[in-house]
Write a protein of this length. Structure first.
Length: 447
């Protein structure tokens, strides 16, 4: 068996790659490893709105119960909601059934420890090892079989918690929420209404197959049009499991994760609530964000692409704010994973606290044009030792100087070299990227 767990749990096409049989076996193995034979152990189980969620939930819970562990079924909730409820319900673990922003055919299974954090690689490997060979895990009988505890009310507990994370009410604000027909469809509108905002909720009518379909955080033009149509103060757009946020201001301008981190970081620093005056971000963050952070007196810790690397650096350094340009923002003082709805209310709270429109807050940074070209190659590992490629990169870096940057890296999952550059002028940057890409093609044998 190849490695089953990817960078964000187990994913695949539901009912083929991610079958009910696999979900059952994962439920058994994970429950066994994560509870270590504890009597009365409990695991929180949540899901997004995909049609395959019911099937996988039933199989996963069956696996959990079959090793004598109890399941707390909370129904449709966000991924960060599962992380929060795992901690507050004092469960031994949590599991979310979702494939985030992926199409409806896909689904995924993601586990959390009892502390609400995603599992370490070693724990995932331990779970995988039990799926190989003969199943020797316990099969209790009679009263020792696990039970299901129905907790559809638990999502309200999460909503009430979110309200407590901001000191201001949102009365007088008109807010557009694009819920992506996903896990945010109840949570986001309810939180904003409770805080006093006038809510215009779009794509908040999931039917099992419309999750992420031309809506949500991967389609920001949709929320942009709604903001301009309704004259709203802000537009907030979520992905399928609501762990990401992409916003637009009242003028329809994009406010991605870099902008959000700059705005929140400046606010936290001013309040003395940004430990070490540091934000953790990835190497993909825009050079405009890097420049803005420097001007704000904020240090950056840069990690590889992926929220697990951001989280690792945050926990090691004692930082509370980190994230990715894609809108996956982690605020460790409030939750143990990226949380789109939490980020949305924190961003809106800054609008209220400072009495400024988002377009003005957005001016804290200028996003530089970013051009990315993927080159399919025969050997993606050979680029770092290739003198011609390194020289092409150096040449462009010298031309850009402090006004831009170049990032060349292999894809983690495909035979691709990703060539990215940023700079003040998009046409010039595109020419530079194509120049490097041509050298990569020539040297590594494009396929």
């Amino acid at each position: 068996m190849g490695r089953l767990f990817g960078t964000d749990g187990v994913r695949g096409v539901a009912n083929t790659e991610l079958s009910a049989e696999l979900a059952y076996r994962l439920g058994r193995a994970a429950a066994y490893i994560l509870t270590r034979g504890k009597q009365g152990a409990r695991i929180v189980v949540g899901k997004d709105t995909r049609i395959s969620g019911d099937m996988l939930e039933a199989a996963l819970i069956s696996g959990i119960l079959s090793v004598g562990v109890n399941a707390i079924r909370v129904g449709v909730v966000s991924t960060p909601g599962v992380a929060y409820l795992t901690r507050t319900l004092k469960a031994d673990a949590g599991v979310m059934i979702s494939a985030s922003h992926n199409p409806v055919a896909d689904n995924g299974i993601k586990f959390f420890g009892g502390d609400g954090f995603k599992l370490l690689d070693e724990v995932e490997a331990e779970i995988e090892s039990l799926l190989e060979g003969e199943d020797r895990m316990p099969r209790p009988t009679a009263g020792d079989i696990g039970r299901v505890e129905e907790r559809p009310d638990a999502v309200v507990q999460y909503i009430e918690y979110l309200q407590t994370t901001v000191p201001n009410r949102f009365d007088g604000l008109k807010v557009v929420l694009d819920c992506g027909n996903g896990a945010a469809y109840q949570i986001a509108p309810e939180v904003f209404r409770r805080l006093g905002a006038e809510v215009i909720a779009i794509h908040a009518e999931p039917n099992g197959v419309n999750i992420n379909v031309k809506c949500g955080s991967t389609h920001p033009d949709v929320v942009r049009e709604a903001v301009l149509q309704h004259g709203a103060n802000v537009g907030l757009s979520f992905d399928g499991d609501a762990d990401r946020l992409i916003a637009v201001d009242e003028q329809g301008q994009l406010v991605d994760g870099d902008y959000v981190m700059a705005i929140l970081g400046r606010s936290l620093k001013a309040a003395g609530q940004l430990p070490h005056n540091t934000i953790v971000t990835t190497v993909m963050s825009n050079v405009g964000f890097v420049k803005a952070a420097k001007e704000l007196g904020i240090d950056l810790v840069r990690t590889a692409v992926g929220d697990r690397y951001v989280m690792e650096a945050m926990r090691e350094g004692g930082y509370v704010l980190g994230g990715e340009q894609s809108g996956h923002i982690i605020m460790l003082q409030h939750n143990t994973t990226g949380d789109g709805v939490l980020t949305a209310i924190q961003l809106t709270n800054v609008l209220v606290a400072e009495g400024k429109p988002l377009s003005e807050l957005r001016s804290v940074m200028r996003s530089y044009p970013q051009v990315l070209v993927n080159v399919r190659v025969a050997n993606k590992e050979a680029w770092e030792q290739n003198d011609a490629i390194r020289q092409a990169i150096r040449s462009v870096e010298e031309k850009l100087g402090d006004e831009g940057r170049v990032l060349v890296r292999p894809s983690g999952t495909e035979p691709l070299i990703r060539v990215m550059a940023e700079g003040p002028d998009e046409q010039t940057v595109r020419e530079y990227v194509n120049r490097i890409a041509d050298v990569v093609k020539k040297e590594l044998g494009a396929t």
